[in-house]
Design a binder for this molecule. Sequence first.
Ligand SMILES: Nc1ncnc2c1ncn2[C@@H]1O[C@H](COP(=O)(O)OP(=O)(O)O)[C@@H](O)[C@H]1O
Ligand SMILES: N[C@@H](CCOP(=O)(O)O)C(=O)O
Length: 365
Amino acid sequence: MSGATTGDAVPAGGAPAGAGAAVNGATPVEPLVDGQSAALHGPEVIPAGRTVRVTVPASSGNVGPGYDCLGLALGRYDRLTVTRTGSGLTFELTGEGSDEVPRTAEHLVIRAMRTAWRAAGLLELPGLHVVAENRIPHSRGMGSSASAIVAGVAAANALLPEELRLDANALLQICSQMEGHPDNVAPSLLGGLVISYAAEDGYRSVPVRVHGEIRPVVAVPDYEVPTRLARGLIPEAVPHRDAAANSGRAALLVHAATADPAQLFAGTADLLHQQYRAGAMAPSAALLARLRGRGLPAIISGAGPTVLVLAEDAERAALAAEEIRAFGEDPASSLDGRRVTWAVEELTVDAEGVIVETVESGELS
Ligand SMILES: Nc1ncnc2c1ncn2[C@@H]1O[C@H](COP(=O)(O)OP(=O)(O)O)[C@@H](O)[C@H]1O
Ligand SMILES: N[C@@H](CCOP(=O)(O)O)C(=O)O
């Protein structure tokens, strides 16, 4: 998808996931619904054999000071292929999390598909065969749940006949409400760095172009922190001076990321979330302190525990990778008496967001 999402109302069809129902335990803004119901349709509107394939990027929420409002699409992808079958639900799952997620209608992708179809007036789940190739690690702060929701909603929409499809704004509202906050789903939908906010009648998201020199480097640890747990550590209130200082950093970050990477170190300082969550991810907090101590623009990616360096250029990215590898040997890189290991990878910024293709029979591989 490309282009800014405007703020039109969610089409009729009701709230896909009401406030309080978000997957991360977040409280989404009240869903925007006009009280009408979409016309209802049976599952036969999707012909048997119809197949769609969705490629969806990972995302890093918050990007430092942009708690729940800034997110960056990253060049690591889950791929989902869904075929409408005669009946039942079948799965072929490979890669990250494939042994842990349910192979039932409770699978997050299926929940997302159902939610999108409900909004379009399709209440009964048709038969489906789901092939998921997952490369985004789960519960590491790289937006896996948001990517799964975006993939499911985009696939469900593409399977619908054109006249029933939801528009881009409806997709943003549905995905944000399911996830509970928009900062991950918006970049997975739109690509790039995305500024999101909650208006009175729904979420708005505005993508901006990331400076071409910037190189994201991730340090993904071998331990997990569920986002729901990390959100529970955020205090209800923060000092006004912290909020004011954080506003300055968030504003600076957008300038740094789009026009002036030299300002990234100052622009990635956060006062709203990282300090409150540090106890739940001590090795990540220690790595963060080390990298920032070396002047590198490091942040906790999303709700952690991955650490992300928004390196100003390729040379600084190489330095960041070297520092992360060295930290792996440090006694501070341990948890519950065992050594924590880190997968270090330089990623691209994804500029496209989710890609949806229709697959003709015979093209399936
Ligand atoms: N591709 C996927 N398919 C099914 N479920 C998924 C997928 N990705 C994530 N999930 C669900 O979301 C959970 C992780 O969500 P969360 O704690 O928010 O972490 P993350 O930071 O990775 O989004 C997983 O444990 C799993 O239940
Ligand atoms: N703004 C959210 C971001 C969560 O991202 P995730 O990738 O950890 O799910 C938060 O900080 O809770």
